[in-house]
Each structure stands twice: as structure tokens, then as C-alpha cells.
Design a protein around this ligand. Structure first.
Ligand code: PGA
Length: 273
């Protein structure tokens, strides 16, 4: 199955809380996840070679960050402004996120790309800004159901990766994660078949190789998102191309999110250098 040898990469799990929870429940969730993953709850510590981040609503970043101390997980923001400062009502800059100790940021999530109709140029500007800042980025791509059914999934995904990254200097691979999130699988309970997810991940990796080089493509983490649960995570993460997950609904419960993080531990033995 794994014809191209890849170096060992750190599995990546992100929990996107979207516009859910309130301050008290967000802090409680962060404390419980932190206690579980760090071993403070009495169980084993999550293997520190796994990168885990949670993405709370931006007003709660500081409180959630405090609740998690130095992690795990680390802290991420769901969006950033392409601008540094100025007359941009409602926007949040990379510098502000940095002040709140956010380490990661999502760019291109379908609820912004499609839901809010953010155009490719805006997403690219956000990606540029994130890469210029100290933030590490999860860049999300994925096709709609219509695009998949009409045979356009590959061209859509490749086009999204290209419009985000083409012409940009290669980031260090640790600083960017590409999330393949088929729009029809997000929040629907309908997960992509691992074969289809792997195929899409290969399209993404091939495109990264064309934009940069094979080493960059092999070292960059490509994760799957779309109805990942504690029950299907192990099957997805067993696939050599699937370096982890971006999790929505199942990240709102500490036990299911922790179980998904632990499902990624099996990859550590699998992806040896
Ligand atoms: P879901 O969301 O796990 O609820 O499908 C995934 C995402 O939006 O990243």
C-alpha cells in the first residue's frame, strides 16, 4: 500500500470547536482534555510525538489557553485577518492571536470558504499572513458533493491547493498541515471511505511535490476531516497517507476527542523513517 517511502512525521489531531460551548463549558472541556492527554487524570500520557491542538471560539482563546497551561493540547484559532491592523471591524490579526499564545490557525475551512463565500484570493492572503507570522497553519481544502459526483473532485482539490500556495516560498513542513475535508462529510455523519480519502491525499501530496519538491510533499502532514469519530479514527489513521484528523463534532466531548488522539498513536510505529 505504501509504495513511496516517507520519513516519519508527527501525527496531527485538531479539534475545531466552531461556534459551540460557552465560557464555562469551554474551560471545563479544555481542562478535561488537558488532564487526559497529559496523564494528570491518572491514565497514560499521550505520546508527545503527536501534535494536538484545539480551536476554541476566539473570545475564549485566553481562558482556554490558561486552562491548558503548556499543553497538550496546544491552542489554535479558527480564523485570522489577512491584515496586520487597521479599520477592519470584527477581524482578529495574527499579532493578536500571538498575544493570546495561539500557535495554530485554520485557513480555508469550508464553513468560511463555502459558507461565507470567502474567495480564493482572501484565503491566500490569510495563508500568506499566517506563514509570515509565528502561527502554524492548517490549510483546509475539499470538494462539494456536486463536484465529487460530476467527477471534478481532483481538479477542485488540486486547484484549491494551488491557489493557496502557488508562487509562495516553501514553508518549513512543520509549519503547515493540509486538511482534506470533503464538504459533504463535514458535520453530516457521512465519512469518506478511507480509500477515497487516501486518493485525495495523494492528489494533494502530488500537487505539493509539483509546487515544491518530493521531500516537502513527503514531510508535510495531510490530515482528514469530516465526521471523524472515536469509532472510525483508527481505520482512517491506519492508512499511510492519512497523518491524522481535523475533528469537529467529536472534539466537543473530552472522551471521544482523547480516544481519537490515542488512535493516532498507532501511526508512530507505522511511519518509521
Ligand atoms: P465534523 O467537522 O467532524 O463535525 O464533521 C469537521 C470539521 O469541520 O473540521
Amino acid at each position: 500500500m505504501n509504495k513511496t517511502a516517507r520519513p516519519a512525521v508527527r501525527p496531527y489531531i485538531g479539534g475545531n470547536w466552531k461556534m459551540n460551548l460557552r465560557l464555562a463549558s469551554a474551560v471545563e472541556l479544555a481542562e478535561t482534555i488537558h488532564a487526559d492527554l497529559s496523564g494528570d487524570a491518572g491514565g497514560p500520557q499521550l505520546d508527545p510525538r503527536i501534535d494536538v491542538a484545539v480551536f476554541p471560539p476566539s473570545p475564549y482563546l485566553m481562558s482556554v489557553g490558561r486552562a491548558m497551561g503548556h499543553g497538550p493540547p496546544s491552542l489554535g484559532a479558527q480564523d485570522l485577518s489577512p491584515h496586520d491592523d487597521g479599520a477592519y471591524t470584527g477581524q482578529v490579526s495574527a499579532g493578536m492571536l500571538d498575544d493570546l499564545n495561539a500557535r495554530w490557525v485554520l485557513v480555508g475551512h469550508s464553513e468560511r470558504r463555502h459558507g461565507l463565500e470567502e474567495p480564493p484570493e482572501t484565503l491566500r492572503a490569510k495563508l500568506v499572513r499566517a506563514l509570515e507570522s509565528d502561527l502554524e497553519t492548517v490549510f483546509c481544502v475539499g470538494e462539494t458533493l456536486e463536484e465529487r459526483e460530476s467527477g471534478d473532485a481532483e481538479s477542485t482539490i488540486v486547484g484549491q491547493v494551488r491557489s493557496g500556495l502557488e508562487g509562495l516560498a516553501a514553508p518549513t513542513p512543520e509549519r503547515i498541515v493540509v486538511a482534506y475535508e470533503p464538504v459533504w462529510a463535514i458535520g453530516t455523519g457521512r465519512t469518506a471511505h478511507p480509500d477515497d480519502a487516501e486518493e485525495a491525499h495523494r492528489w494533494i501530496r502530488r500537487t505539493l511535490g509539483e509546487l515544491y519538491d518530493r521531500e516537502f510533499a513527503a514531510a508535510t502532514r495531510v490530515v482528514y476531516g469530516g465526521s471523524v469519530t472515536a469509532s472510525n479514527a483508527a481505520e482512517l489513521f491506519r492508512r499511510p497517507e492519512i497523518d491524522g484528523g481535523l475533528v469537529g463534532g467529536a472534539s466537543l466531548k473530552a472522551d471521544s476527542f482523547a480516544a481519537i488522539c490515542r488512535a493516532a498513536e498507532a501511526r508512530l510505529g507505522q511511519t518509521s523513517a
